[in-house]
Design a protein around this ligand. Sequence first.
Ligand SMILES: [Zn+2]
Length: 492
Amino acid sequence: MTRILTVVLLFVAPWLQAQNGQANQWCGTKDGKVAWLTEFQANPNVFSRSVDTLYIPVTIHLVGTSIGGGYFGVRNLLDAFCTLNQDFEPTNIQFYLEGAINYIPNTTYYNHNFDTGAEMMVAYNVPNTINCYISSSPGENLCGYSAYNLGVALAMSCIQPDDHTWSHELGHFLSLPHPFYGWEGYDHDYSTPAPEQINGNLVERVDGKNCDIAGDGFCDTPPDYLNYRWSCNNVGQSILSQTDPDGVKLKSDGSLIMSYSSDECSYRFSDEQIAAMQANALTDKAEFLYDQTKRFPIYSGPVVPVFPGEGDTISNYKAIPFVWEPMPEATHYIVEYSINPLFTSAVFQFTTVGNTWISSSMIKNKTYYWRLRPYNAQYTCEAYSDIHSFTTGDQLSAIEEDFIDGLSGMTILPNPIRSGDALTIILSSERVMELNTQLITPSGDVVSSMHWQIGQGRTIHQLELPELPSGFYILKMGNATGQMVRKVLITH
Ligand SMILES: [Zn+2]
């Protein structure tokens, strides 16, 4: 079983991101008020609320150009997903990364529109998960959009760590309209009172009398008529005053993630919005709730390297395994290494499942620095670890003794091997011979010893390993004519 998910190689500083272009970028959701929400708001009390956290699976699709460039980086993805779950923490809804990241190299989808976006979603959607497509542009001047029960498209420039675009679009996907519902695309002179209705939708008034049937239909989101990006004042409201149909002045509430206030203003969903999203998950998205496993935050401590040890010189630079003690609750790691101790350039980055990674792209006689970023499907906020270093040597083989008369070949599989698994040893021999086989710890203790009768030709042998701590072990085989020694890396 391969334990490696994806490989991403970065030759430039990955934090050189496009500038946040959100000022002129809007949400392109065209769902209006979905039928499910109309039904919910007619009788919210018959819908249940969850006291337990609801865990909802999200499938990530990273869209690049047809030649495979321009993808949103995995570290940026983890940062954005961290913000998403933090925004949703008060809602009792948490998202988890389902399956591996799906990379889609397609320039048409990289800068798409509604039609090509829908085509992409139909082609790649994983059922019963929220499918999120991250590309350069999901439409001209758009930060993203949600297509109800189809998928969510996001511009990579709008899901930086301090942005709430992803939370906004998932709010839509869980049935929420904008608080300024009805005003989308409407050209209004804000110095005049709002009309009674816009496009058949009642305009919400300040006195609250029509709050359940006007605007977004939620009574704890105050009237808001602003359908463009706006910045808030020092108390989190719009700077622009608006006038309701009764002539009463109002300012919009910038704290709501579903509004068009800028990202430094918005941070929350209202109680009624939360009730609607929970009910939507429990009814319309009930099939999404197939895995309610509670996951736990990563234990953030220093990395304990197993190999290479701090400051080691590794002669066999062509294939250097990285092994570290597993971090509690981490299932995945980003591994980064560089000859630059500040990691500001020439950073090699890999994503791996489990606590090992083998690099075959290092060069000789260099000092390398490496660090980890642990995560699991739900917790992606952990920072990079402390940094460790080692030096490469200039020999391709570090085997000291390598001769047994008549034995022409020895292959060991797999290597690294998980503790408790069976090691397969393939031997090629010119004649029948006796062989003593020993597995020895780094400190010289023999943990396994066998005597084998080897037949002529190619023979396959199995060595059952006991449960052993991670580290390098020596596999020693020999008889009166000589011995062969191999390093075996045992991991967990
Ligand atoms: Zn929106």
